[in-house]
Design a protein. Structure first.
Ligand code: PXP
Length: 237
């Protein structure tokens, strides 16, 4: 079965923040993305609010008709906001202020108890919880122990592979990680660094239910428009 597409629209807000005004409006972007056939809207409410802000997430909660997936750290301030807004799903990610984008997966092994507490709190509110992790067995086992519903496999190493041999080695790693996660009853999704050139291999992994893609789609939208950028990605997956 084909994976569904979730589109991360953070960088629509990045562009808005470049002038601090109202456009381009991420809420309008979400509507276009859904109309084009994506099945989830993904946004990352960062602690420093560099792109998406709380008001955006509240508005998206009202307008998104597919699935609102909120990426977030486990910082108490952000968890409290998530509990109020109640997105359909949250994806717990590591977060460092100085990073350009999320680097590496959440280290669930070393933070298992803290992650577990956040997972349980969010699930109690009826919010599904995904953990963004590297395709590593011990992380998958720890993710299972936290009670998370899903995992999102970090495809960054695959996407950054300098040559095809390394890329295929990373693909094998993703497939093995997926097998273990499915075995453990976790729903598996994947994302980070996927683009129009590399997405097909990951989309071809059986039982990966959703791909979350942001930067490449928003970049392509500058040239061809958001509707077409999403549709072109859907054709590839
Ligand atoms: N999945 C997660 C958990 C992410 O943090 C990001 C980046 O915000 C993405 C997917 C999308 O990555 P990209 O923008 O490289 O497509």
């Amino acid at each position: 079965m084909m994976p569904l597409l979730g589109v991360n629209i953070d960088h629509v807000a990045t562009l808005r923040q470049a002038r601090g005004g109202r456009e381009p409006d991420p809420i309008q972007a979400a509507g276009i993305v859904e109309q084009a056939g994506a099945k989830a809207i993904v946004v990352h409410l960062r602690e420093d609010r560099r792109h998406i802000n709380e008001g955006d997430v509240w508005s998206l909660r009202k307008t998104v008709t597919t699935k609102l997936n909120l990426e977030m750290s486990i910082a108490p301030e952000i968890v409290n906001i998530a509990v109020q807004i109640k997105p359909d799903q949250t994806t717990l990610v590591p977060e460092k202020r100085e990073e350009l984008t999320t680097e590496g997966g959440l280290d669930v092994v070393s933070r298992q108890q803290a992650v577990r507490e956040v997972v349980l709190r969010l699930k109690k509110e009826g919010i599904k919880v995904s953990l963004f992790i590297d395709p590593v067995n011990v992380q998958i086992e720890a993710a299972k122990r936290t009670g998370a519903n899903l995992i999102e496999l970090h495809t960054g190493d695959f996407a950054n592979a300098p040559d095809e041999i390394t890329q295929d080695r990373q693909l094998t790693k993703l497939i093995k990680a997926k097998d273990l996660a499915v075995d453990k009853g976790l729903i598996v999704t994947a994302g980070h660094g996927l683009n129009y050139q590399n997405v097909k291999k990951v989309a071809g992994i059986d039982a990966v239910e959703e791909l979350n893609i942001g930067y490449s789609i928003i970049s392509r939208a500058v040239f061809v428009g958001l509707d077409r950028a999403v549709k072109e990605m859907l054709e590839l997956i």
